[in-house]
Design a protein around this ligand. Structure first.
Ligand SMILES: C[S@@+](CC[C@H](N)C(=O)[O-])C[C@H]1O[C@@H](n2cnc3c(N)ncnc32)[C@H](O)[C@@H]1O
Length: 314
């Protein structure tokens, strides 16, 4: 069964921390089914606006059919093109807040045809943007065991990565892997996990991250936010696993650390470099939310505020 419903995670918290200015310009980098976008629109007056991105054409079509608001622009693109697209619109340095609710949406997970699910059978695709790139099935067909093991280890932190990769290559000597259940069953033959965790959880996560280049895109887009945000503009980022969160955390830490002056140097002649971000910390979903929406269990919201312009921009 497919549904169009997505329950927005940490809805109020992630929008509260944007500190919305009623006439501001906001980016929802991950439109999904527009829950967060609507939440932002509700706090803006007529002069405010939201520019939303999603690389999934179905999300953009959903927006066209269900959102009729002049203040909203929805763009079918990976968020990694954000800087290019917004600078063409003369919006560099003018964005008051960027929200990112990372990963896949419930409609993507629940629709077996998208190939994200290890519980229901479907074509092994896993692309968020089905208009470009290669499917997980195509990649598994062409990659060698070492490459597969590295991806599963690096992006899934799966200890049995090498056994899984060997099992995949052995299976492919007889038959191509084209469906999600074929892959899930091969993995289940190698990995043992606790009762309520499917053995393929980590591997599916890893392959999905790789196919969609999720970590690379996240890191690139965080870098772009430096040029896009207005002074005091905010980042509100929800991630769902430790590898993703580490990238957000390290980005914020890197840019919010005051440079240490070498000991003994006279302070007089050294220009103090201003930090680019103020780290406003992290939050988790409330107990109530976790009870009602399992997906929020692993959510980590990190917040930062752009401070000043970079030295070369001044
Ligand atoms: C967790 S859902 C967002 C749900 C949304 N906040 C809501 O309330 O309905 C993530 C969405 O972001 C999209 N997405 C993930 N990575 C993306 C990227 N690099 N560029 C653009 N969209 C992306 C996915 O296609 C998916 O629709």
């Amino acid at each position: 069964m497919t549904s169009n419903h997505h329950q927005s995670v940490m809805f109020t918290e992630s929008i509260d921390v944007l500190n919305i200015k009623i006439g501001g310009i906001y980016i929802d980098a991950t439109f999904g089914r527009g829950g967060h976008t609507q939440g932002i629109l509700d706090r803006l007056d007529k002069s405010g606006s939201v520019i939303a991105f999603d690389q999934d054409i179905h999300a953009v079509e959903f927006a066209k059919e269900n959102f009729n608001d002049e203040r909203l622009t929805v763009i079918h693109s990976a968020f990694t093109h954000m800087e290019e697209i917004l600078s063409e619109r003369n919006l560099s340095g003018k964005i008051d807040g960027i929200l990112m609710d990372l990963g896949v949406s419930s409609p993507q997970l629940d629709n077996a045809d998208r190939g994200f699910s290890f519980n229901t059978d479907g074509p092994l695709d896993m692309r968020m943007d089905q208009t470009s790139g290669i499917s997980a099935a195509q990649w598994l067909e062409n990659a060698d065991a070492v490459e597969i093991a590295n991806v599963i280890y690096e992006f899934g932190e799966e200890k049995k990565s090498r056994h899984i990769a060997s099992a995949i290559k052995r299976y492919q000597q007889d038959k191509a892997i084209t469906t999600t259940l074929q892959l899930a069953n091969i993995i289940a033959g190698v990995v043992r996990t606790k009762k309520n965790k499917h053995p393929a959880t980590r591997s599916f996560q890893a392959i999905r991250i790789f196919i969609n280049q999720e970590l690379k895109q996240l890191a690139e887009t965080l870098d772009q936010s430096i040029n896009l945000l207005a002074p005091e503009g905010r980042l509100s980022i929800i991630s769902f696993h430790s590898i993703e969160d580490r990238i957000v955390k390290q980005f914020i830490q890197k840019h919010s650390k005051q440079k240490q002056l070498p000991k003994g140097l006279p302070v007089m002649n050294i220009e103090l470099e201003q930090t680019l971000f103020k780290n406003l910390g992290k939050q988790f979903a409330s107990k109530d939310e976790v009870k009602n929406n399992k997906r929020s269990r692993s959510a980590i919201l990190r917040v930062a505020q752009r401070t000043a312009l970079k030295a070369e921009e001044c």
